[in-house]
Design a protein around this ligand. Structure first.
Ligand code: NCD
Ligand code: ZN
Ligand code: ZN
Length: 432
């Protein structure tokens, strides 16, 4: 018997009933060989989980790894370690690096670096919709797909020209690539806009980003996508009106999906303590009503999945004035415990709903491996200690980015072991 690992004395979650039950799990050659109670040890390599919870590995369809070009912020090596620590087995990285990932060769380069320097977490490149994400010339979608891109996105900016977007959708559909859209109409933005156009902006005299700048693109793109048949996915949805538009499109059976970030689920403009760049991200933290609509949308399936939009920046970048500092916060290493503590334990979401939206659903929607723990399935799994409680401590992050607004927040339910295809890519004990 080779390449076997027995995970003993664990527990598993039935996501249909929400029931948690004791289970052992045997991994062989990267697959789940057996799941059962009191499985015999038979001289196998064994890991005693002492009652901790095994869930399918988390999947994040929206992160920024900053390599190439901004290695001072993050690299594939540091970002993939942050992912593993956060319980993620698969992550999709956005192409807004320097250069932008806009050719098949650059996509292959991301794969190469990940294999050479990554920690074993599956890092899937998303390629650009337009060259240099400048919104002017479409990329070679068939070539990008062939090179291993899993989707296309100009994340960081919205595709301003509707004709360009429509052509992109048609070609992406032909190539079999989802269009993952950062929705932002620049005509509705004022220079220096840095927070939501709402109560906080008014109180502090800051230029605001209105909800409509997002929703108008969501509505536009839903109309444009309708005839093309493409899989259209809305990035970091944040406005109540955007949720309404996605709900309507889904009710007609259109192939539209959406993701929401942990910070838009847990924070709103009323929680921003002052003009602090750690609370600056795009889209911005919106009103309490927007936040309620996001939670509702996540519960009723309008919003399919949770994605962190992990956006590391240096301390220097974030020390600037809120108008000048870059948008973005990190998220990989805190998403699960923060959401478990502040959405599940508060009764707003069940544990089963959370796990589905962080694993099974993204796998299904983007046709990726993983998302389920079953005999014969791939052994991508995360062990969670639901009892471990400690505050968010950015200085402990594996990510180079410490830019989180959640420092000091209470969090329970930390990932302790992450396995990709049966291989341990991170284990808490070995990190101390
Ligand atoms: N979300 C952010 O605030 N920032 C992202 C860009 C993006 O996701 O649009 C980044 O690259 O830093
Ligand atoms: Zn974006
Ligand atoms: Zn992003």
């Amino acid at each position: 018997m080779k390449n076997q690992l027995l995970l003993k004395n664990g527990r598993m979650l039935d996501t249909h009933t929400g029931e948690i039950f004791p289970a052992d799990l045997i991994i062989q050659d990267g697959r789940v060989e057996r799941i059962g109670k009191d499985l015999p040890v038979k001289g196998m390599e064994t890991m005693d989980l002492a009652g901790k919870l095994m869930i399918p590995g988390l999947i994040d369809m929206h992160i920024h790894l900053r390599e190439p070009g901004f290695e001072e912020k993050e690299t594939i090596a540091t970002g993939s370690r942050a992912a593993a620590r956060g319980g993620y087995t698969t992550v999709a990285c956005m192409p807004n690096t320097r250069p932008v990932i806009d050719t098949p060769d650059k996509v292959r380069q991301v794969w190469k670096i990940n294999i050479a320097e990554g920690c074993g977490v599956r890092v899937l490149p998303i390629a650009a919709i337009t060259r240099d994400s400048a919104g002017e010339v479409l990329t070679d979608m068939a070539g990008l797909k062939e090179a291993g891109a899993v989707a296309i996105s100009d994340d960081g900016v919205g595709v301003q020209c509707p004709r360009m977007m429509k052509d992109a959708m048609r070609l992406a559909h032909e190539a079999g690539l989802p269009v993952v859209a950062h929705c932002e109409e620049e005509d509705l933005l004022v220079p220096g806009a840095c927070v939501h156009d709402g109560s906080f902006a008014r109180k502090h005299g800051l230029p605001g980003i209105p909800g409509e700048s997002e929703a108008i693109h969501v509505g536009r793109d839903i109309l444009l996508a309708e005839d093309t048949g493409v899989h259209y996915h809305v990035c970091h949805i944040s406005a109540k009106s955007s949720v309404r538009l996605v709900r309507e499109a889904k009710s007609r059976g259109q192939w539209v999906t959406a993701e929401v970030t942990p910070h838009h689920l847990l924070l709103c403009e009323e929680d921003i303590p002052g003009p602090d760049p750690l609370f600056k991200m795009n889209p911005p933290l919106r009103s309490a009503k927007d936040r309620e609509a996001l939670i509702e949308g996540l519960k009723d399936g309008t919003i399919d999945m949770i994605a962190t939009d992990h956006a590391p920046h240096t301390a220097n970048d974030k020390a600037k004035d809120i108008r000048e500092a870059p948008f973005g916060i990190v998220g990989l290493e805190t998403a699960f415990p923060l959401l478990y503590t502040h959405l599940v334990q508060t009764g707003e979401l069940t544990l089963a709903q959370l796990v589905d939206r962080m694993s099974r659903i993204p796998a299904e929607r983007f046709e990726l491996p993983g998302g389920v723990l079953k005999e014969g399935g791939i052994a991508d799994l995360t062990v969670i200690d639901l009892e471990e409680e400690r505050p968010v401590e950015p200085e402990r992050f594996a990510s180079k980015g410490k830019n989180t607004p959640f420092a000091g927040w209470k969090a329970k339910g930390w990932p302790v072991v992450t396995l990709v295809e049966g291989k341990v890519v991170w284990e808490a004990a070995s990190q101390v």
